[in-house]
Design a protein around this ligand. Sequence first.
Ligand code: ADP
Length: 487
Amino acid sequence: MSKILYISSEAFPLIKTGGLADVAGSLPTALSNMGQETRLLLPAYTQVMQQVTDTKQLASGDYYGLEVSLLETCLPSSDVPVWLVNCPAAFDRPGGPYLDSNGQPWDDNALRFALFCRVAVDIALNQLKLGWQPDIVHCNDWQSGLVPALLQPFKQRPATVFTIHNLAYQGLFSHQTFLDLGLPADLWHPERLEFYDQLSFIKGGLVYADRINAVSPTYASEILQPEFGNGVDGLLRHRQERLSGILNGIDQTIWNPATDPHLTANYDSTTLKQKRKNKTALQKQLGLPVDARIPLVGMISRMVEQKGLDIILEAMGEIVNLSVQLVILGSGDSHYEMQLVEWASRHPDKLNVVIGYNENLSHLIEAGSDMFLMPSTFEPCGLNQLYSLRYGTLPIVTKVGGLADTVVDANEVNRKNRTANGFIVTEQSASALLTTLHSGLEQYQQKGVWHQLQLTAMESDFSWRRSAEHYLALYQQAMADRNLAAG
Ligand code: ADP
């Protein structure tokens, strides 16, 4: 049994902006169910504090001249203890965890997450006298990137693991910020935290963690290439022996069509006919023509370049002329939001766009759609295609990252050997997208073929238990590496 401190800047259901929250809300519980002593460390954002009751103060202190206390609570419907870094000056404010209400990054983000990291380091080194010191510190994305760097000099430190959920976000700040944060001067070096004259939080994890992993095997190999490496592919090639890929799981208690409370009708692979009721409900709710025969394509996404919105918009002129309905839920860059809303206003019988974040509707879209659109330019793992598979909603995806690892194209060979579960767009272009969409629509008309594709999709095993086993093996490797380094 190991003691694991899992550090994340978001965790479902307390606070969520994307896939990291889903992972941080599930993996610690899976590890705990496998007998590991796990603690989840999270900033005490306003939204988090509004949801938790019964907090207990474990420690308090002063970080960067700000009052900080460490509070203990529990993840809802799990017995994993959550430790909240409570610093009202840093985390108790309206807006999101990283962006203000206008969608701009908080201008004190470096300070907020450096403070968060310093509390993590103090827990890891048993400075807060909690009577609990981790064997493993598991960091995630740039917000906890400084932790491995700050722990490195200490002989009695725990082993460190750093997971890359998205290399495109690196936590880059000025040299002045580096000085203001009082980080050890020797860290200002191109082989350490400096990245072309900027402070890089993520390099703290990439350079110093005993083990690094990305959230899918294909993404782990893609980021070694300049095309996907966001300027740190050289560093990653240098650390290649410490880098691996572990596919995310999904929380099957939350994402299960047989029990999902957000659905109009629950179903499983033996009662697939019921799925149609969700389609009708979705069409009604969004004001689309109610017709079970019209194929319905869903999409739920942050509206950013990564998610392939450029080729979707480019293909839209042709899509609206097809016998298909498209439902898009998401928010993000306003130029994407505006263009999509504009298309929807001109073709209300074909396209419905809901701008915003809506957990309930996202479940109904997964269940009510026939296909799910996710033509990302890159995709570290991707969760929505996994939810779609589980809901018998066939994903249309590009062959990148976790999408390539989980979706098997419905070509003739794969259909014959019953491994096909979706549709692959062969390149990042509107014409390739349309070709694949046409193929999907054609197969949709063949009832037997479609039914088999759905069954194969629903049989896939993306349980957290499988992923958690891989993480346990990674922790063992990290501990062995740490021991070797400590001599
Ligand atoms: P990413 O982490 O890049 O945003 P993922 O597919 O890994 O992409 O995870 C996205 C998660 O966020 C999924 O659980 C998805 O359902 C959810 N999500 C994204 N946008 C919305 C939205 N507008 N409303 C509800 N859920 C959303």
